[in-house]
Write a protein that binds this ligand. Structure first.
Ligand code: HEC
Length: 135
């Protein structure tokens, strides 16, 4: 009885976790298509229509793990997307998404609420990018 309960709890917890992760990826994907695909391309390979107007190469986002000894550099990716942390700051052609996402909700959600909203979006995007890495 106790074992069955524990198993059920484990299964429920497991599937809730998977569902949350899947949801984050799905949100990340639609966000990506809205905000990033113009430059990085729908597949993330740097093939977006804006890429030819950039003065630097638009990187292939499927190769982030490959370029980091096979490990997806989650923290760095979060910081690069957010753009407010100074990682790849000046001279970068990437929009500062953290500021932009926060600005979208500042009036409605206030300083703290909009910060949470911005971080959620950045994290969903990072999860999505992790899901499209080349083996
Ligand atoms: C206006 C074009 C443009 C848009 C839109 C854009 N990027 Fe970028 N991105 C770039 C360029 C150019 C670089 C190369 C380095 C630089 O300029 O910062 C880059 C670099 C990156 C990197 C670092 C890649 C590496 O190899 O180190 C990541 C991660 C990234 N972008 C994610 C995103 C995400 C996620 C979005 C959408 C929220 C996005 N980008 C939207 C142009 C863009």
């Amino acid at each position: 009885m106790r074992f069955a309960f524990l198993m059920t709890a484990a299964i429920l917890t497991g599937s809730a976790f998977t569902a949350t992760t899947a949801m984050a990826e799905e949100t990340g994907e639609s966000l990506y298509m809205d905000a990033c695909a113009t430059c990085h391309g729908a597949a993330g390979m740097g093939e977006g229509p804006m890429a030819e107007f950039m003065s630097v190469n638009v990187p292939n986002l499927q190769e982030l793990a490959q370029n980091n000894d096979g490990v997806f550099p989650m923290l760095e990716v979060i910081q690069i997307i957010d753009g407010r942390t100074g990682v790849r700051g000046h001279g970068s052609e990437m929009p500062v998404w953290g500021r932009q996402f926060k600005g979208e909700m500042l009036d409605t959600a206030g300083i703290y609420g909009s910060e949470i909203y911005a971080r959620g979006k950045v994290l969903s995007l990072a999860y999505y990018l992790e899901s499209i890495q080349n083996e």
